[in-house]
Write a protein that binds this ligand. Structure first.
Ligand code: GDP
Ligand code: MG
Length: 275
């Protein structure tokens, strides 16, 4: 039985969080939503609590202080896997990832052709035929294209859009990734997880998406985040020949890594999803 969960990380997304949750719930009514807020100063977390109080399918994970997108997603993955959600979706709060395209991404997770292996991870890709980016300044496009091309070349990653943040994971596939070994806390997290997925032998497919730059609020992208990602990709590529690629499902199991889970909102009927 599928029980989709859409994870939405937020930092200062007060104007965006209501509309994006509404769009997700309209596009995929059976999907639950988990907002992961890093103590946004603008009150996004409190607003998310209000929305969760009105809708049992909406949950909020509060974390103390801005700890990075990667850290937020790692905490969310633990939360989701403990509650047996499947599949698990990554989606930005700012509307760049269109919830209206989610049914197509979810459908792609089911193999339509018996001769093809069933996908484990669907990457919503800007840089494949049919994919696009709207309203992004040229420099952002250049960083994204160059970064993806560099990661693809250095690591032979199974996706053209290595930094894409719109993703759908099969839960059991996510369990096969050694998340305890994912140390990137900024946006390089996306590349880091893809690299680990590749080495764990996951079947990764790309589905074209329209990426629409945010209209409200500010991007949290910084030069430091891009530099962290580039440095790590280079380091992984250098180290790759000496690290074993794990293709057997059992060997890349999850560890007992502790994640911070502050102020999780237990509510009647919420969160403890059925099998
Ligand atoms: N919880 C959490 N969310 C974050 C953090 N940094 C960014 N985000 C969220 O991650 C998503 C993507 O960030 P954004 O600034 O739009 O990145 P851009 O699209 O690359 O410019 C948005 O929903 C942000 O609110 C963080 O440190 N913690
Ligand atoms: Mg954005």
């Amino acid at each position: 039985m599928t029980l989709p969960l859409v994870v939405i990380p937020t930092y200062d997304e007060r104007d965006n969080i209501g509309p994006i949750i509404a769009r997700v719930r309209a596009a995929v009514p059976e999907a639950s939503v988990l907002v992961v807020d890093d103590g946004s100063p603008d009150g996004t977390g409190e607003l998310a609590d209000e929305l969760a109080a009105r809708d049992d399918a909406v949950h909020v994970l509060h974390r103390t202080g801005k700890q990075g997108l990667g850290a937020a997603y790692l905490a969310a993955f633990d939360w989701a896997l403990e509650r047996r959600f499947n599949p698990i979706v990554q989606l930005d709060a700012d509307g760049s990832h269109l919830p209206e395209e989610l049914p197509r991404l979810l459908a792609r997770l089911e193999a339509t052709d018996a001769s093809q292996p069933t996908p484990d991870l669907v990457v919503g890709s800007r840089w494949v035929d049919g994919g696009s980016v709207e309203n992004w300044p040229a420099y952002r496009q250049a960083i994204s294209r160059l970064g993806s091309a560099y990661a693809h070349l250095m690591l032979r990653l199974p996706a053209r859009d290595a930094t894409a943040g719109y993703r759908v994971f099969r839960a059991d596939a996510l369990r096969r990734i050694d998340l305890a070994d994912v140390h990137t806390r900024g946006y390089g997290f996306q590349v880091d997880v893809l690299w680990h997925a590749h080495r764990a032998g996951l079947v990764v497919v790309e589905e074209p998406v329209r990426f629409v730059e945010r209209e409200r609020g500010a991007s949290k992208m910084t030069v430091g985040i891009a530099v962290e990602a580039a440095a790590r990709v280079t380091w992984w590529a250098i180290r790759a020949p000496w690290t074993r690629r794990r293709t057997d499902a059992g060997s890349a199991g999850r560890s007992d890594r502790q994640v911070q889970r502050v102020g999780e909102q237990p509510r009647p009927g919420g969160g403890e999803a059925a099998e």
